[in-house]
Design a protein around this ligand. Structure first.
Ligand code: HPA
Length: 268
């Protein structure tokens, strides 16, 4: 299926950009700012899973940001939608087949680290997979990558330095932390958040980790950026998807500035 989708996309365009960004909740303004924009609806690409969540679009966009040609995946599917881990990483694998080198994964997350605040952007330095799922479970396709991929440096060290330099240059505040991935869709309980803090998590979210694993499996380097859309359960009065979307939208300008400064500094 991924090969069919990649062949379909290749028949529409021979050369694909080597950098892609997956946009999380409420990041439509990033797309609007792209020049030379071209859009393909996920529903038109053979086998590509279409998201069902409000605030998550559903299209593959190409265009220029900071003078660089990029691919943007606007909208993703999640395990909590009842999708399989393979469906969750479908898009990342297709782009890797098209020659992707660098993947920037963004997401909305709950802040566990007490030094965070809603609206803060955080550089993901590592992750803890608590989703009870892994996209590599099952027979390994040796033509994609190894059976047992190393995850010692899942988030590329050079890209992390680039993101920090971009933050310093633009004046956008950037925290750092470990992202714990939960299956969702219910938010965590306060007890679960205390547990997550104890095991070393700074952020809680419901995405990104399967995509990072699939990308690393295929040798694509990954930069992970979270928007803290709320403090995690027990640290504020209550949680809602409405707040996640509203804070995500409010921080979208900072995220765009940071990503553009990152794009100016990477070469592939
Ligand atoms: N927990 C899990 N996922 C999230 C949260 C949260 O608090 N906020 C946004 N995504």
């Amino acid at each position: 299926m991924i090969r069919e989708a990649a062949a379909w996309l290749k028949s529409r365009r021979a050369e694909w950009p080597r950098t892609a960004i997956v946009l999380g909740s409420a990041q439509a303004s990033f797309i609007a700012a792209l020049t030379d924009r071209q859009e393909i609806g996920y529903r038109d690409i053979p086998g590509w899973p279409v998201p069902t969540v409000q605030g998550h679009g559903g299209k593959l966009v190409t265009g220029r940001a900071a003078g660089r040609e990029i691919i943007v995946l606007s909208g993703r599917v999640h395990l909590y939608e009842g999708r399989t881990p393979q469906e969750v990483v479908f898009g990342v694998r297709v782009l890797a087949l098209l020659g992707l080198k660098t993947l920037i994964l963004t997401n909305a997350a709950g802040g566990i680290n007490p030094n965070y605040r809603p609206g803060l952007l955080v550089l993901i330095t590592d992750h803890i997979n608590l989703q009870g799922a892994n996209p590599l479970i099952g027979p390994n396709d040796d033509s994609l990558g190894p059976r047992f991929p190393d995850m010692s440096r899942a988030y590329d060290a050079a890209l992390q330095q680039t993101a920090k330099a971009a933050a310093a240059e633009t004046g956008v505040e950037l925290g750092e932390g470990v992202y714990a991935a939960l299956p969702g869709p219910s938010f965590e309980t306060p007890a679960e958040i205390r547990y997550l803090r104890t095991i070393g998590a700074d952020l809680a979210g419901m995405s990104t980790v399967p995509e990072t694993i699939a990308a690393r499996h295929m040798g694509v380097r990954v930069l992970g950026l979270s928007t803290v859309t709320n403090m995690a359960a027990g640290m504020q009065a209550e949680l809602s998807h409405g707040e996640v979307l509203a804070t995500g939208k409010a921080a979208a300008g900072d995220l765009r500035k940071l990503i553009e400064a990152v794009l100016e500094r990477i070469d592939d």
